[in-house]
Design a protein around this ligand. Sequence first.
Ligand SMILES: Nc1nc2c(ncn2[C@@H]2O[C@H](COP(=O)(O)OP(=O)(O)OP(=O)(O)O)[C@@H](O)[C@H]2O)c(=O)[nH]1
Ligand SMILES: [Mg+2]
Length: 426
Amino acid sequence: MIQETEQKASRAIVAAVQLSSVSDAEFEASLTELRQLAKTLGFEVVGRFTQKRAGFHSAAYFGTGKREELKLMCEQEAVDLVLIDHEISPSQAFNLEKEVGAGVMDRTMVILEIFHRHAKSRFARAQVEIARLGYMAPRLREAAKQAGPKDRARSGTGGRSGGESQGELDRRKIRDRIAELQENLDAMGRDRATQRARRGEREGLARVALVGYTNAGKSTLMRALTGSEALVADKLFATLDTTVRALHPESVPRVLVSDTVGFIKNLPHGLVASFKSTLDEALEASLLAHVVDASDPGYERQLQVTHEVLDEIGAQAVPRLLVFNKIDRGGDETALHAKYPGCIVMSARREGDIARLREAISGFFQKRLVEAELFLPWSAQKERGQIFDSCTVLEERSADTGAFLRVRGEPEVVKRLSEQFRAPGL
Ligand SMILES: Nc1nc2c(ncn2[C@@H]2O[C@H](COP(=O)(O)OP(=O)(O)OP(=O)(O)O)[C@@H](O)[C@H]2O)c(=O)[nH]1
Ligand SMILES: [Mg+2]
């Protein structure tokens, strides 16, 4: 499917049915977002096509007369692709395609395609492929059904399948492939967990994860906070892999920052499920910095979507710091402070604001710090680095058999060190 659309399709229109429950503003915002998604894929959006309807037409999404109109528009504008702003059923897509004579991609497929193109690491690629195969399986079934006994290709969903047995074969192949990918993912996940444990991150090093709607500025803040080279781009879903870097300049305690994949309205369920492992890594954080684009008129909706996805992946209990970014481009700072007490309103373009964010983050972790006394025998001096790296040494006293160290650090770290370096007689 993808090869076909990549080769030929560049002229697209965005199209949607507006249900009576959806306000004009909400409808427009969503269509604008679909345009942006199309732009991210490199399509040229040459028009829009909408219909108000009580429900989606069960056979072909748009009503009968409207489909005629759409066909005409596609001919006049030489449209290759109609992008539908909902997830539609395989048969709706099939019928619509046949009637209007252009390829049909629904919102889910558009998002999956972006993820597919942006996935770089083996981990991200496997996750995207699982989601894509899950999306494709029922569409292949539909294609096989429609094609009947003859082997016929189907554009748009791209399933090439003839007859029952061929269709079944394809479906089994897909199931096997998903199982194989899942096994790979699980193995990679275990490797990562081992690596993390080795680095000691699991054992309580302070971690903050940047989460939020796509394009809110997470990677920009990641760069500013850590001095790293995270990819920043004015396109949707620029980041698909979680990256982890230390806050720079270094804070006490040392804080690790992770940048994560962005969220979007109607994020395909398969993607949420398969990106769960990527997100899990971030969600082991003790703090979520929820980044919101304050200059976007639809910021409240984006905030809501992020909340929902965070709930879905089980992150309800992690404390959050609400960060309204891009205030240099617009937004009402006073109103935001009044509505969301404790939030940070800032611009990633202002150094002073970055410093404020850094302080808020390290302040959160400092509040949690505890103190203890450790004993480091002279015979164990090679462990010194481990102590100095993971907490602050406030005071050091030498004794006959070793050194007493008064330390301050994360509760989990201090607990672990206290067990490992117990003072004699305690
Ligand atoms: N004017 C303005 N632009 C910003 C600010 N922060 C980020 N941007 C721009 O917003 C765009 C998106 O930034 P990213 O940091 O890539 O956003 P992201 O949240 O990582 O996006 P995804 O990885 O796609 O989820 C880029 O063009 C940035 O330069 C800001 O405070 N002000
Ligand atoms: Mg990013």
